[in-house]
Unconditional design. Structure first.
Length: 285
């Protein structure tokens, strides 16, 4: 592995109630609204999208961690006090405002897709409540490492809404009938059940959460970034595909990957019984 970049402890941004911190190859994005249980605003979503976009093209970032500030919540979903448009459309100006809110609501769906197409592994660090859009945000990450105190749910029906966009990350994370039950009942799932039905990657005691996230992030950062990108993209490409479509694509990707510099280095290192040295593989970017 190459030497890590000299960015230990670097705080690159603290705008839009979003803290951005990089240590080595690991970038941590923290929703910094603990007084509102880290509820999402338009500005927070825009900030997350901006930082994910930057991370995608930054070779010094190999892993992205998403979390919330404080001990109470990862993210409680949308801040309903500031993210609901009026249904009144008595004028062209009000109609334009309604349309703008409709477009803005799509930002969360776009953030989900941007996380899936990031090309780098993502970890949700869930220390407390992950509800509604926050539940979807956690599930949109590749891995969910949760405290035993974590709670998950899609309670939108209780306020006359439905977890429309959250449906996709839910269906990618648990059995469909279980996802539908959670949406229909608005039931909150504790960490034990979340682990049993596939919501989480790992559940640990609250005091061990930071160490568990750091351990996983450090492990992922040691993997070849170019092949990681190709393999991760292939996973999401075939996730919703039939086997007859997926297997030919995966066959082709094996041939592509075998031609990369990282594959050559990995095989050479194995033969020489030495650790591999992973450079950023430009052919795989």
């Amino acid at each position: 592995m190459t030497d890590e970049p000299d960015r230990a402890g670097e705080d690159r941004s603290r705008r839009y109630e979003l803290a951005v911190h990089q240590r080595g190859y690991v970038l941590t994005l923290t929703i910094d609204r603990p007084e509102r249980r880290n509820a999402l605003t338009w500005e927070v979503i825009a900030g997350l999208r901006r930082e994910v976009s930057r991370a995608k093209v930054d070779p010094t970032v190999r892993v992205v961690v998403l979390t919330g500030a404080g001990d109470q919540a990862f993210c409680a979903g949308a801040d309903l006090s500031g993210m609901v448009a009026s249904d009144s459309r008595d004028s062209d100006e009000e109609a334009d405002g309604y349309a703008a809110h409709h477009r803005a609501r799509g930002w969360l769906a776009e953030l989900f897709e941007e996380l899936w197409h990031l090309g780098k592994p993502t970890i949700a660090r869930v220390q407390g409540w992950a509800m509604a859009g926050g539940f979807g945000l956690a599930l949109a990450c590749d891995m969910v490492i949760a405290s035993e105190r974590a709670r998950f749910g899609a309670p939108e029906l209780n306020v006359g809404l439905w977890p429309y966009m959250v449906t996709v990350p839910m269906l990618r994370s648990m059995p469909p009938k279980k996802a539908l039950e959670l949406m229909l009942t608005s039931r909150v799932v504790d960490a034990t059940e979340a682990d049993r039905i596939g919501i989480t990657t790992k559940v640990v005691p609250a005091d061990d959460l930071d160490a568990a996230v750091a351990e996983m992030a450090s492990l992922l950062a040691t993997k070849p970034p170019g092949v990681m990108k190709l393999g991760r993209e292939s996973f999401y490409a075939v996730l919703d595909s039939a086997a007859t479509e997926a297997l030919p694509y995966l066959h082709a990707m094996l041939t592509v990957t075998s031609q990369t510099a990282e594959a050559a280095e990995g095989i050479a290192a194995f033969a020489a019984k030495r650790p591999p040295s992973w450079q950023v593989d430009l052919e795989a970017r």
